[in-house]
Design a protein around this ligand. Structure first.
Ligand SMILES: Cc1ncc(COP(=O)(O)O)c(C=O)c1O
Length: 361
């Protein structure tokens, strides 16, 4: 017998499928409008069923964050995967094994990683990672090192140079939608200019791959770009609401929690850090999870929120009666999902299925 939401044991991760389907359709339509291929990042959900919905609407393969995710989705029939993470040199054997079965696209930003891939003597696809302004990984787009690495990559026997790749993670620091739009335009311009410099130096650049969810939701022109890799858009979360990437009504993942202890000035739920994660969100110190006053109306409570998280306890800002059940909008859906083994899939208030989350590293 299917459970109903009123009796589901908590904490539970609820996936509102109507909303996820709408988000998938909207991003696919936007990529089509802007003339770019959509290669969704699957680390957000780690779920075969969600990936199938995304790939039914875009045909450019997928992006993953770990080799374990790559193996999992390969086992579910996805045969073109970009591991969008600097190559881990202790995992070359696993790369070789997987690349024999699917088109595995790797990312390098160092001579060491490039030499290691070249020494495998295998036909591998490789992107050069460019730092488009996030300053996490990637080579300086204006440096001699970018030209040097790209030339060497293109000339390495057996390796196929796929092009240049960036991630605009700094869009998460934007203080207004206008700044997000500027960062999105900056990523595009930096990457197109970088490709121009490489081409002028005689290196053929087959493609440019960019993206993050805030940048993709904000951008209006991607002239010169070939591929985008947003991931979070499938679920969104409270951080994206604050950034202006989406509305509360678009957020597809919530945590169902129960009040387990109550005091005059606060209460405690069973959704602690191991349910919500401890992501501080867009305005650190403001909230560790927003509480719905009315989920159907997409209305958050003005003053009830999660204020402190320990491992299994989630402290609320106000007193609530023991036994009350709350729906919490997490700051960061990707990290929240990674705390759970499965989704309780719902349409509105109706439970329809349970889907597994493959969260092994
Ligand atoms: C390299 C890379 N590409 C794409 C993405 C997807 O970005 P988002 O999570 O904003 O959708 C990420 C996310 O961290 C990433 O690290």
């Amino acid at each position: 017998m299917s459970p109903d939401l009123a009796s589901l044991p908590t904490p539970a991760l609820l996936l509102d499928l109507d909303k996820a389907e709408t988000n998938i359709e909207a991003m696919a339509a936007k990529a089509e409008r802007l003339g770019v291929r959509l290669r969704p990042h699957l680390k957000t959900h780690k779920c075969a069923e969600v990936a199938a919905l995304q790939l039914a609407r875009s045909s450019a393969g997928a992006t993953v964050a770990t080799l374990e995710e790559a193996r999992f989705f390969a086992a579910h029939g996805i045969d073109d995967l970009t591991w969008a993470f600097p190559v881990v040199l202790s995992r070359l054997d696993e790369i070789a094994e997987l690349a024999a079965r699917v088109t595995l696209r790797l990312v390098v930003d160092s001579p060491e990683a490039l030499a290691a891939l070249g020494s495998l003597g295998l036909p591998l696809h490789v992107w050069l990672k460019i730092d488009c302004g996030y300053h996490r990984a990637g080579v300086d787009p204006e440096s001699a090192a970018a030209v040097e690495l790209a030339s060497r990559l293109a000339a390495t026997p057996k390796l196929t140079f796929d092009g240049i790749l960036s991630h605009s993670g700094h869009a998460y620091d934007a203080s207004s939608p206008e700044i997000t739009r500027r960062i999105a335009a900056q990523e595009r311009d930096v990457m197109v200019a970088c490709a121009g410099r490489l081409r002028a130096a005689g290196v053929e650049v087959p493609a440019i791959s960019i993206g993050s969810t805030p940048a993709m939701t904000a951008v209006t022109d991607l002239t010169g770009i070939d591929e985008v890799r947003p991931g979070n858009y499938v679920f969104f979360d409270y951080t994206q609401v604050q950034l202006g990437s989406c509305r509360v009504a678009d957020c597809a993942v919530t945590v169902l929690a129960s009040v387990v202890s109550s005091c005059p000035d606060h209460a405690v739920t069973d959704a602690g850090a191991l349910a919500l994660s401890k992501d501080p969100g867009h305005e650190p110190g403001r909230t560790l999870g927003e509480v719905f006053e009315d989920y159907g109306a997409a209305r958050l409570s003005a003053d009830l929120r999660v204020t402190v998280l320990s491992q299994e306890h989630g402290k609320l800002s106000l007193s609530r009666p023991v036994g009350e059940r709350l729906r919490i909008l997490p700051n960061h859906s990707c990290l929240t999902v990674a705390q759970f083994d499965h989704y309780e899939v719902v349409r509105g208030e109706r439970w329809i299925d349970r889907w597994s989350i493959h969260r092994v590293r």
